[in-house]
Design a protein around this ligand. Structure first.
Ligand SMILES: [Zn+2]
Length: 327
């Protein structure tokens, strides 16, 4: 049999808010962050100002970041038009998210709790294939934004997957199986990793389309190596969250996982999901922290090749649709 020719095989592509791009052009990727967010679970911590967020992104860009994966999901104040504007103003690529967070972000009575798995999945598929809903699906009749989501967010509770979360994970796994979209799941304090993977796989998702966020909150290198051996990617994204742990703990974890042969399954981000974390809004450490404070220390430990693989190559591969876009 003839191998599939390069001419007939579509090249991998990343869906950004400004269109499809070649994954080789992403540069350094902040693999989990937030530009706009408003959650009832985080009172007083909303950030929604285009001018201030743009100033924050400029600092990130000037520190060396080329692409930001913006993981604000449905129902948490996702702002497609503002994401496009911030990306166009700064030249920083932005990959937006669809999908759903864990229960604590959806008060009792929120539509996600009553929705069927089919409705939950259909809304993800519309965000991925057509364009993001402009207002968190509160009025389903509104026309879609011109920007498509390029990834799916999921979430589960601390040591527990509720019935409502299980339904949303089923929808997320099914939507990824249908489209090849990458999935990033919030693991509360790094718990429930294998239960989440099993749920998503049962719904049809492939392990190479799954990444787990916040695993550095549960800094268990043996557990992490087992997850990587299964073909799933890890997001270390509580860098600079000094109230949880010092950065040296994340540096140690990265070093151990690279030594165990899993350097190809690691991605980094800051997950600045509160107003208090953003310099432009009067807080810190800010979007520049990854490149100004953490990466120089990482380069000292790993050298340039392994560091660049984690910052550039791994997220480019993970966030790219292997067949040129969502199926
Ligand atoms: Zn986040």
């Amino acid at each position: 049999m003839e191998p599939e020719s390069a001419a007939t095989r579509p090249a991998p592509r990343v869906v950004t808010v400004t269109g499809l791009v070649d994954p080789a052009t992403l540069g350094v990727v902040d693999a989990h962050d937030h530009l706009f967010l408003d959650s009832p679970a985080l009172p007083g911590q909303a950030f929604d100002d285009l001018e201030l967020t743009t100033a924050e992104v400029v600092e990130g860009r000037d520190s060396g970041i080329g692409t930001i994966v913006e993981m604000t999901p449905i129902g948490l104040g996702r702002r497609p038009a503002k994401m496009r504007a911030a990306s166009e103003a700064t030249g920083v690529r932005v990959v937006a998210a669809t999908g759903y967070h864990r229960d604590s972000h959806y008060p009792a009575g929120h539509w996600v709790h009553a929705a069927t798995t089919e409705v939950l999945a259909d809304r993800i598929l519309a965000d991925l294939r057509v364009g993001m809903h402009p207002a968190d699906w509160l009025d389903p009749a509104l026309p879609p934004d011109g920007a498509r989501a390029g990834a799916i967010k999921g979430g589960a509770s601390y040591h527990r997957i509720s019935a409502s979360e299980a339904k949303r994970l089923d929808a997320i796994g099914g939507a990824s199986a249908a489209t090849d979209a990458p999935i990033l799941v919030h693991c509360e304090v790094g718990t429930m990793a294998f239960e989440i993977i099993e749920r998503l796989e049962a719904a049809g998702a492939r392990p190479d389309r799954i990444a787990l966020a916040h695993m550095d909150r549960n800094p268990d290198a043996e557990l992490h190596a087992d997850i990587c051996a299964r073909g799933v990617t890890l997001g270390y994204d509580t860098i600079g969250r000094t109230k949880y742990h010092p950065d040296s703990l994340v540096l140690d974890l990265v070093e151990r996982l690279v030594a165990a042969g899993h350097g190809d399954r690691l991605m980094l981000g800051l997950d600045l999901g509160a107003r208090d974390y953003l310099r432009a809004y009067g807080g810190g450490p800010g979007l520049r922290y990854l490149m100004t404070a953490f990466v120089p220390r990482l380069r000292r430990r790993l050298g340039h090749a392994a560091t660049d693989a984690i910052l550039i190559t791994n997220p480019a591969q993970f966030y790219a649709y292997p067949h040129g876009g969502p199926r």
